[in-house]
Design a protein around this ligand. Structure first.
Ligand code: ATP
Length: 237
């Protein structure tokens, strides 16, 4: 059973002219897909559509083989699809601890262990619990955004531009957490990442979008060893 399957998905901002067209994409439990492609290819649009933040303009999306509704972010979260957006969507004035508490299970007995588990992935946050999100470093903000997403126990974790504004060394420290989460919890991950080399190193598969269509689907390791092929996929050829 796949964690998430897109069949012929069209997405965009105007029904008559979808900027993302006919996307077929499958991610298995415990698998990481690097969603690559040039600026404007439609990566963010596709992730927002999968998260229900944009209405689907065509096609079907299945989570654990169940069809999902279109344009319904609450239903997407209930189905287990959780997005970490590129701006991280943190509340500047809320502390790290408050963010985690808000995302944790309501039941007190479940909340504390869940928060401890999330902090276990990002120990650096344990020293920053009382700091407002707006005062965290960029890397800490990204850790908090991912920790908050993990507290929602995603079946499918969508991460847009993980490295936005971060030094590669920080990105390299965060990416292994995704591998751990995928392996330990069976979480499926779709990762949009501009640092292609880093993305291919952590991913199982790569899907390249160009001009709103899938230009290439390939095992990440194979593509990492054949960057000219990746380049021509970026050009949509
Ligand atoms: N709110 C919007 N309204 C109309 N068109 C939009 C909107 N947001 C993005 N687009 C257009 O949709 C297309 C796909 O953009 P999208 O941001 O999904 O690409 P991307 O692959 O994520 O690019 P980047 O890597 O630059 O973030 C582009 O042509 C873009 O101009």
């Amino acid at each position: 059973m796949s964690a998430l399957r897109c069949v012929g998905v069209d997405a965009g901002y105007a029904k008559k002219s979808p900027c993302v067209r006919g996307i077929d994409l499958t991610v298995q439990r415990g698998e990481i897909i690097a969603l690559l492609g040039p600026n404007g290819a439609g990566k963010t649009t596709l992730l927002m559509t999968l998260a229900g933040l944009l209405p689907r303009l065509g096609g079907e999306v299945f989570v654990d083989d169940s069809a999902t509704s279109s344009g319904n972010p609450r239903a997407a979260v209930r189905a287990g699809v959780v997005l970490v957006p590129d701006d991280r969507a943190l509340f500047r004035n809320l502390t790290t601890a408050q963010h985690l508490k808000l995302a944790a299970p309501r039941r007190k007995s479940a909340a504390a262990p869940a928060i401890q588990q999330a902090l276990g992935y990002f120990p650096a946050l344990t020293r920053r619990l009382d700091v407002a999100a707006g005062d965290l470093s960029g890397g800490e903000q990204q850790m908090l955004a991912i920790a908050r997403a993990l507290l929602q126990r995603p079946r499918v974790l969508l991460i847009d531009e993980l490295s936005m504004g971060l030094a590669p060394i920080i990105v390299e420290s965060i990416l292994p957490v995704l591998r751990t989460v995928a392996e330990q919890d069976g979480t499926a991950v779709i990762l949009v990442e501009q640092h292609v080399r880093l993305a291919l190193a952590v991913a199982d598969q790569a899907v390249v979008l160009a001009h709103g269509e899938v230009a290439l689907t390939e095992a990440a390791g194979v593509l990492a060893a054949d960057l000219p092929r990746l380049e021509s996929a970026y050009l949509g050829s």
